[in-house]
Design a protein around this ligand. Structure first.
Ligand code: ATP
Ligand code: MG
Length: 180
């Protein structure tokens, strides 16, 4: 399920709507310090259902909205769309192409869309459960995360292995069943 496109609109430093196309093979994103490379990986985690503002280097989720600069006024909305080629049907959704959109308004309202249909955060997370990627999986390693993993407690490190082994999915289902 190759990632084919990422569209950032009002997310962090991306005040201007920006589309990144991912072609076959490896894509490298290079740029000077502070040019927005980490913001791109954060946008990917955010649209996949990251719920911790702190792990996106903010204090409130609204901090992901473009906050203004010397030349531009702040914006009222951040929106990110991630498009996957799902011909191999690795994502748990019956479509050959899957787009996921997340948007947040300064008023605090936020929503998710899967192929332009409204969805809940848990629906978005469920898409990825068997794919081995998630907002916090080792598929995305942010600056400082290696140290954090090495220094984490054994129980926390265990979660990483459970996710890689595909056990986490069943564990979450069990927890859900138990709370019902
Ligand atoms: P480095 O090479 O140092 O890791 P980087 O390319 O990863 O840099 P980022 O950390 O992605 O850079 O980008 C940081 C920039 O994004 C800073 O200039 C910061 O002011 C800007 N930024 C972060 N959040 C917002 C926001 N909500 N609104 C506007 N700009 C923002
Ligand atoms: Mg960076």
């Amino acid at each position: 399920m190759p990632l084919t496109e990422l569209v950032l609109d009002g997310f962090k430093s991306f005040a201007e709507k920006t589309t990144i196309h991912f072609n076959d093979g490896i894509t490298g994103i290079v740029g000077p310090n502070g040019s927005g490379k980490s913001n791109i990986t954060e946008a990917i985690r955010w649209v996949m259902g990251e719920s911790s503002a702190k792990s996106l280097r903010g204090t409130n989720m609204k901090d992901v909205i473009f906050a203004g600069s010397q030349y531009r006024k702040p914006l009222n909305k951040a929106e990110v769309t991630l498009v996957f080629d799902n011909k191999d049907h690795e994502l748990a959704f019956d479509a050959d192409q899957v787009s996921i959109t997340r948007r947040i308004l300064r008023s605090g309202d936020s929503e998710f869309l899967i192929n332009n249909q409204q969805a809940r955060m848990r629906d978005v997370r469920a898409l990825f459960l068997d794919s081995g990627i998630s907002p916090n999986s080792l598929a995305i390693i942010s600056q400082g995360r290696v140290d954090q993993i090495l220094n984490s407690r054994p129980e926390q490190r265990r979660l990483i292995f459970e996710e890689a082994a595909g056990v986490l999915h069943f564990k979450q289902q069990k927890e859900e069943a138990q709370t019902q």
